[in-house]
Ligand binder design. Structure first.
Ligand code: SF4
Length: 317
């Protein structure tokens, strides 16, 4: 059963030059215990989508269903429960942690706010969470600036886990870390997922990372989803011209594959008052007159959906 279902979700922002269509008519679902990787270039709307789903941003239109219940516009009481069930881990743990709180105080904060724990049990519970996230107890009284990036991100994870959420948006959680530390944090997230049945949305621009951690992938371009399918299927059979270009950048370093790197030319369209039709058309080598019409996602291979009217010809299917 799907834990989360998003239907025709939109998030628009007003701007002096017009309306920014940051997330524009996005539909997908995630099953419990799975990880949906959201990938795309900077500014494609993937972080905005994650934040809109967990109500850090108010949606403009569309529906968000959690455990089968419509939670698009929750009342205060429902929102309080959702805040416990849905959490976020930020890219930059440093800016998301209060510099005046020790690590123990930081982790105890959501526990206190929940009202579920008495004062005497808070330090014990914080210790348990530090253990879960792999933070040594000697850092209890340290401040965020005294920790390295990897440990700070572990504090972000401990805090996100405090109220045992069911769903976590991981918003570029390893982008700011050294490669060796990235692997440790990814492994920690996967271990926690297995142990607690967590469901993740994993936002990243790094396809190698998403290949490692995701069960399914959505590729976004200028606020819209252009391709979605299981991870293995996407890496074996990328069908959308934009996905092919993204993947060619990482596959060329694989000596067993002879793919040519596809360099995208042309300007990226503006997300402000976008024209109807395929938003990738200005950079697409296969663009035709037909691409000026709206291009909905459609199933090209079993479980593999693509928003491209020429996907079959391009891929000789
Ligand atoms: Fe290219 Fe047209 Fe497909 Fe868009 S719909 S990706 S412009 S071929």
């Amino acid at each position: 059963m799907a834990l989360l279902e998003v239907e025709h979700l939109k998030k628009y922002f007003p701007s002096p030059r017009g309306v920014v269509h940051a997330v524009d008519d996005v539909t997908f679902s995630i099953e419990k215990g799975k990880t949906m990787g959201l990938v795309g270039e900077s500014g494609c709307g993937k972080s905005t989508l994650g934040r809109t789903i967990i109500h850090l941003l108010e949606s403009t239109d569309g529906t968000i269903r959690f455990e089968g219940e419509d939670v698009t516009h929750p009342n205060k009481q429902r929102m309080r429960k959702l805040r416990e069930d849905m959490q976020i881990i930020f890219q930059d743990p440093y800016s998301s942690l209060n510099p005046r709180l020790t690590i123990q105080e930081t982790i105890m904060e959501p526990l206190k706010l929940s009202g579920r724990f008495d004062a005497a049990s808070l330090p014990k519970e914080a210790d348990r969470l530090m253990d879960l996230a792999g933070i040594e107890k000697r850092f209890r009284t340290s401040y965020p600036h005294e920790l390295d990036g990897g440990r700070r991100q572990r504090v972000g994870i401990a805090r996100a886990l405090a109220l045992m959420p069911k769903f976590i948006v991981c918003d570029e959680p390893v982008s700011a870390l050294d490669v060796s530390i990235q692997a440790q944090i990814l492994n920690l997230l996967m271990d926690l997922q297995e142990e607690y049945g967590l469901t993740y949305i994993f936002v990243t621009h790094d396809l190698s990372v998403v290949r490692h951690i995701s069960t399914d992938i959505c590729v976004m371009y200028l606020g819209q989803m252009v391709e979605t399918c299981p991870t293995k299927e996407l890496f074996n059979y990328p069908l959308h011209p934009y996905t092919k270009a993204l993947l060619s950048a990482i596959l060329t370093v694989d000596i067993h594959k002879k793919n040519e790197r596809i360099l995208l030319k042309g300007e990226i369209n503006s997300p402000i008052n976008p024209k109807p039709g395929c938003r990738f058309a200005q950079r697409c080598p296969y663009a035709t007159e037909e691409c000026r019409q709206p291009v909905p996602l459609h199933e090209i291979r079993p479980g593999h959906f693509v928003a491209c009217c020429h996907a079959k010809e391009i891929n000789q299917l």
